[in-house]
Write a protein that binds this ligand. Structure first.
Ligand SMILES: NC(=O)c1ccc[n+]([C@@H]2O[C@H](COP(=O)([O-])OP(=O)(O)OC[C@H]3O[C@@H](n4cnc5c(N)ncnc54)[C@H](OP(=O)(O)O)[C@@H]3O)[C@@H](O)[C@H]2O)c1
Length: 276
């Protein structure tokens, strides 16, 4: 498994996303994912599944120290005090000790960035997490946040796939020695997987379209991806992207698809995005 080094964090390049997984399905998928080799699990306060995710991690039998676990604080709770309390609740729900990475899930235009970044830094001193970072930050917000933060912000988790290559955000991540963690990395299993360019490259390599999208991501310096599946049969498929390589022309052809700028996650509280 490729490891992305960002600050002092070592982030496995493929992780399991868990949005919309709940109950025993979440527990089963997480423990099976770890059994087939996943070492990075992504959850969030807002997903309401930290309890089940934590149980899946414990049930896997793999040492806690081997698994990189991320949770996120919902944007309505990132004010001073509120953020630390929400982080405590996340750690309490997971029951696996401190998390490896704690993220601000979305920026909040009504909370000064200084306040939320300071609160995020305090979660380190409180022993709630080993590393801190952000999600859904624009390149300008990353510059600002990195300047404010006393400890390194090790990642920006953003939507990133061949229909939405975010060059400005990736440049900003590299500038600040942060990983870009790609969410919705297979385009939520929608039209990206039927695209003729993706399908053609997949045929050439004898791989699935999902594997081509994931390989395109992890082949870029500093990029990790967190595909989600509720289907145990797809766990191995989404992890097996380290034993083949895309040519420069193929990487470029996939990047070219992002001219569509197809954003799948764009709630009304989203920031004013970088142009793509
Ligand atoms: N920070 C944020 O604001 C944010 C926002 C969105 C997502 N995320 C994180 O990123 C994770 C991934 O994003 P996502 O869930 O939006 O989308 P995604 O991982 O791109 O796609 C998931 C969808 O693709 C299908 N799928 C999975 N593997 C497949 C394969 N090999 N072939 C074909 N279809 C496949 C899944 O269906 P099956 O279940 O049937 O396999 C599911 O419907 C989330 O779970 C969450 O952890 C974070």
């Amino acid at each position: 498994m490729k490891i992305i080094e960002a600050g002092a964090a070592r982030i496995p390049a493929i992780g399991l996303g868990t949005w919309r997984l709940s109950g025993s399905q979440a527990t089963d998928i997480v423990s099976r994912a770890i059994e087939v080799g996943y070492r990075h699990i992504d959850t969030a306060r807002m997903y309401g599944n930290e309890g089940e995710v934590g149980e899946g991690i414990r049930r896997s039998g793999v040492a806690r120290s081997e698994i990189f676990v991320t949770t996120k604080i919902w944007w309505e709770n990132i004010g001073k005090g509120d953020l630390q309390r929400s982080a405590e609740q996340g750690v309490e729900a997971l029951q696996i000790g401190p998390v490896d990475l704690l993220l601000i899930h979305w920026p909040n235009r009504n909370v000064p960035l200084e306040d939320s970044i300071e609160a995020l830094n305090e979660t380190l001193a409180l022993g709630l997490t080993r590393h801190i970072g952000v999600a859904n930050f624009t390149s300008a917000m990353l510059d600002e946040a990195a300047a404010i933060s006393s400890h390194p912000l090790v990642c920006n988790q953003v939507e990133y796939h061949p229909f939405l290559a975010q060059d400005a955000v990736l440049d900003a991540c590299r500038r600040h020695d942060m990983a870009l963690v790609a969410y919705s990395p297979i385009g939520q299993g929608k039209t990206l997987l039927e695209d003729p360019t993706v399908a053609d490259i997949a045929r050439r390599h004898g791989r699935s379209p999902a594997q081509i999208a994931l390989r395109w991501e992890v082949q870029q310096d500093g990029v990790a991806a967190i595909p989600r599946t509720s289907n145990p049969d797809r766990l191995a498929e989404n992890l097996e992207v380290f034993d083949f390589e895309l040519g420069e022309d193929e990487m470029a052809a996939l990047h070219e698809l992002s001219k569509r700028g197809q954003r799948l996650v764009d709630p009304d509280f989203a920031p004013s995005w970088d142009r793509v």
